[in-house]
Design a protein around this ligand. Structure first.
Ligand code: TXA
Ligand code: MG
Length: 332
């Protein structure tokens, strides 16, 4: 176990490191990912070890573009439904669950016959994937497994330093990080199961139910998927501080000093007396962007509770904010 921080590399060095089965912390437009070559058993095993993640929880495979995704190696079929979603929202915060292709091993899919694929929009993630394809065209299109770059069950990182601090003790010499500043969405991608007739939303995110319905599709949301989605465990995305949820106004938790409690709510809701305001987003989009940093700030300040007010409207990305807050507040 190293105690020094993992170094920041260049895009080409990160692509070379990935090709060589090393791990790279890299920005996406949703959250930072811990990337490793999806077709290398050793790299994928190190991702699970570094995160402390149970091996039956599948990871998402990220590819550079649509052509890479429809190549029959990663997914064995790409139904019309998936094509429509991909054309509308890729590159972007959308992950499609599809029948597993031969290059998506059971070690990546958590033993399931489906694989989750995503084309990220972040210029750094894009450049790394393109550089891998250029440096090693023979094995293109390359895919990287990249779960959120946090320890299992904890808050996803939206800044490079969050991921570097949390994971450096578990990384190895030769692994690298890339810093792309703050993530623009701040919550993980929407996951849509495309293996049936209707799109099934397994995890809400930046691509919303309304966005999918606007294509003339008929999305269905399930809150407790039967497929293994770790973000669907009751307690997930959780800081050390206990998260306490309110529907509208809020009061401090009884018996705990107000100054050991943090407060998160839309800007128009006043901070209860004595509590530490962690975020005052003006919109649901800002709420999503600020949420995880606010939860981390609570731990940095050694707060005991985070009192959070759910977004008043849970349309759009507000549904993802409410989903993550509920899971963060679930009993552990
Ligand atoms: O925005 C994101 O998706 C970020 C960035 C880094 O791309 N990644 C991310 O990865 O959130 P992770 O591993 O933290 O969450 C991946 C989710 C999990 O909930 C996992 O269970 C689900 O994708 N998943 C992966 N393969 C699946 C499959 N075959 N069926 C159903 N869910 C699957
Ligand atoms: Mg995660």
């Amino acid at each position: 176990m190293s105690t020094t921080e993992i170094p920041i590399g260049t895009i080409d060095a990160a692509a070379a490191a990935l090709l060589d089965s090393r791990l790279v912390i890299l920005p996406t437009e949703t959250v930072y990912g811990l990337a490793g070559r999806a077709d290398r058993v050793d790299a994928v095993a190190r991702i699970y070890h570094t995160k402390g993640r149970p091996s039956d929880h599948p990871v998402i495979v990220h590819v550079a573009d649509y052509d890479g995704a429809i190549h029959d190696s990663w997914a064995s079929a790409f139904p019309t439904l998936a094509q429509e979603l991909a054309h509308a929202f890729w590159p972007g915060p959308l992950t499609l669950v599809l029948p597993r292709g031969p290059r998506s091993g059971l070690n990546v899919t958590g033993g399931q016959e489906t694989v989750a694929l995503r084309v990220p929009a972040h210029p750094i993630a894009q450049a790394v994937l393109r550089s891998m394809n250029e440096q090693d065209p023979q094995d293109a299109p390359h895919g990287i497994a990249a779960p959120s770059a946090n320890r299992f069950g904890r808050v996803s990182p939206t800044m490079a330093q969050h991921a570097i601090t949390e994971l450096s003790p578990y990384l190895q010499p030769g692994d690298l990080a890339l810093d792309g500043g703050a993530c623009s969405w701040g919550v993980e991608s929407t996951i849509v199961d495309c293996t049936g007739k209707r799109p099934v939303i397994l995890r809400p995110g930046g691509v919303t139910t309304e966005d999918i319905a606007a294509l003339g599709l008929d999305p269905m949301t399930i809150s407790q998927p039967t497929t293994r989605v770790p973000g669907s465990l009751a307690s997930h995305y959780a800081p050390r501080a206990q998260v306490v949820l309110h529907e509208s106004g809020a009061v401090p938790v009884d018996g705990v000093p107000a100054d050991r409690q943090g407060f998160v709510a839309l800007a128009d809701i006043e901070t209860p007396a004595g509590m530490c305001r962690l975020a005052a987003p003006r919109t649901n989009v800002e709420y999503a962007r600020m949420l995880y940093s606010a939860l981390r700030a609570a731990d940095d300040a050694d707060l005991l509770h985070v009192v959070a007010v759910l977004p008043a409207e849970v349309d759009g990305v507000g549904a993802a904010v409410a989903d993550r807050l509920r899971r963060a507040s679930s009993p552990r």
